[in-house]
Design a protein around this ligand. Structure first.
Ligand SMILES: [Zn+2]
Length: 374
C-alpha cells in the first residue's frame, strides 16, 4: 500500500480531528479524536425467538437478559451461530513460514516458492484453488511475473464473501530511518504475510466447519511494487496494487460478484490499532459498521477504535472502483497519530514485531462476520 491521501471523505469526522503533516512522506494523515459513537446492535437469540412464540415480548426480554448478568455472560447468550475460535498460534506459524522463504518480491525465487506454498496450503484446507498468472508492468517498465492465488469454498454458491490480502513484499525499505537500507527488500512479516497468515487460519477453520455463504480467499500479488519514495519520476496511484487491478478487471470467475469484501493488511503488528479508513467509509460504510460492531461485541474495542484515518491507496480501492464490490480495508496503524506502524517499509518488518493478540482480534472478528452472514 500505501500512500495516505490528502483526503477525508467521511462526514462522520468532526472538526476536532487532528491533521498531521509528515514532510518526509509528503502525506497528510487525518486521525479522528472523536467520531460518532456506534450503537451496539441488539441481537435476539434463537432461544429467545422461540420463547417469544410462547410468551409475551416482555417476558422474552426478561428471559433472554437476566437481571444482574455481567456483560460477558450476556455475550454468550446472544450468540446465534457457532463461530469457530481463531487460533492465533496457527496464524503466527503461517506468517513465519512465509517469512522463512525470505523476501517475496516478484521475479525472485522466494516469490515463486512462497506462491507454491500458499496454493498448496489452500488446497490442503479444502479450497478450490485457482492461480491467475499475469505479466504486469511496474512503474519503471519492469515486467513482473505475478500470480494471484484464489481459494474458493462452495464455488457453486451465488452468495459470497471475498477476503483479500496481498502476499508479495516490497522490494525496497524506502521508509527506513537509515538511507543505506532504502534499496533493501523488506521481509514483510506484517506488511503482507500477516494478512495472508490470518486468511490461511480462516481457511483452516472453514475446512473444519463451513459457514452458510461461499467464501473466496483472494491472495493478491504485486501490491507493494508501487513507485519508491526515492524515484524522481512521476508517482502514480496506479503503480500500486497491480495484482488487485488485474483481478478486478479479470476476476477468476466470469461475472464474479460478492456481497462484500474485506481486505486485511498489516493485521499483526505490535501496538497496532484499527481505525475506519476513509475509502472504506466512502464505498462500504455498512461493512465497516458491521465489522466494528462485531469487534466491539467480542470485546476488541481497544483495538478496533472509534476513529477514522485518511484514505489509503490499497487493494480495496481498486476492487471498489473497478470490480465494484464494496470492500473495506482492515489496516493497522499506530495509536499515537494514526500513521502506519513504525516498521512499515523498513528492514524491521520482521517476526519480532508480530503480536498474536493483534492477529486474534482481527481473525476472530472476521470469523464472527462470515459465520453470521445468511
Ligand atoms: Zn507495503
Amino acid at each position: 500500500m500505501h500512500k495516505v491521501i490528502i483526503e477525508c471523505a467521511s462526514t462522520d469526522v468532526k472538526l476536532e480531528n487532528f491533521v498531521f503533516y509528515l514532510p518526509r512522506l509528503s502525506t497528510f494523515i487525518i486521525f479522528g479524536a472523536t467520531t460518532k459513537k456506534t450503537t451496539m446492535r441488539k441481537t435476539i437469540t434463537l432461544a429467545c425467538a422461540g420463547a417469544c412464540l410462547l410468551f409475551s415480548a416482555f417476558a422474552c426480554i426478561g428471559n433472554g437478559k437476566k437481571v444482574g448478568n455481567t456483560a460477558k455472560e450476556e455475550k454468550t447468550d446472544i450468540s446465534t451461530v457457532s463461530v469457530p475460535q481463531f487460533d492465533a498460534d496457527s496464524a503466527y506459524l503461517y506468517i513465519s513460514q512465509q517469512v522463512d522463504f525470505g523476501t517475496r518480491v516478484p521475479n525472485t525465487p522466494g516469490h515463486v516458492a512462497c506462491g507454491n506454498y500458499l496454493a498448496q496450503k489452500l488446497e490442503t484446507f479444502g479450497a478450490k484453488v485457482t492461480s491467475q498468472y499475469a505479466d504486469l508492468i511496474a512503474y519503471d517498465g519492469t515486467l513482473l511475473k505475478a500470480r494471484n492465488i484464489i481459494g474458493s469454498y462452495k464455488p457453486e454458491s451465488k452468495k459470497r464473501i471475498a477476503l483479500f490480502a496481498h502476499w508479495d513484499t516490497r522490494p525496497w525499505a524506502d521508509n527506513d530511518n537509515d538511507k543505506a537500507n532504502h534499496h533493501t527488500p523488506i521481509l514483510g512479516a506484517n506488511d503482507g504475510a500477516s494478512g495472508v497468515g490470518a486468511l490461511l487460519e480462516i481457511a483452516r477453520q472453514i475446512n473444519l466447519q463451513q459457514p452458510t455463504l461461499g467464501i473466496d480467499i483472494i491472495l493478491l500479488d504485486a501490491e507493494d511494487y508501487g513507485t519508491p519514495q526515492f524515484y524522481e519520476g512521476r508517482h502514480l496511484e496506479e503503480s500500486w496494487c497491480l495484482g488487485a487491478q488485474y483481478w478486478a478487471k479479470n476476476p477468476h470467475v466470469q461475472g464474479y460478484n460478492a456481497r462484500f469484501g474485506i481486505l486485511l493488511d498489516m493485521v499483526g503488528g505490535k501496538n497496532s490499532v484499527f481505525a475506519k479508513e476513509a475509502y472504506s467509509e466512502q464505498f462500504a460504510p455498512d461493512v465497516n459498521k458491521k465489522v466494528w460492531e462485531a469487534a466491539k461485541k467480542l470485546g476488541y474495542s481497544n483495538l478496533f477504535i472509534d476513529s477514522e484515518i485518511g484514505g489509503i491507496t490499497d487493494d480495496h480501492l481498486f476492487i471498489n472502483r473497478l470490480a465494484r464490490i464494496k470492500t473495506i480495508d482492515i489496516i493497522g496503524s499506530n495509536p499515537q497519530d494514526g500513521n502506519f506502524v513504525s516498521t512499515w517499509h523498513t528492514v524491521n518488518d520482521t517476526m519480532e514485531y508480530i503480536d498474536r493478540s493483534t492477529l486474534k482480534a482481527v481473525g476472530q472478528t472476521v470469523l464472527e462476520i462470515i459465520y453470521n452472514e445468511k
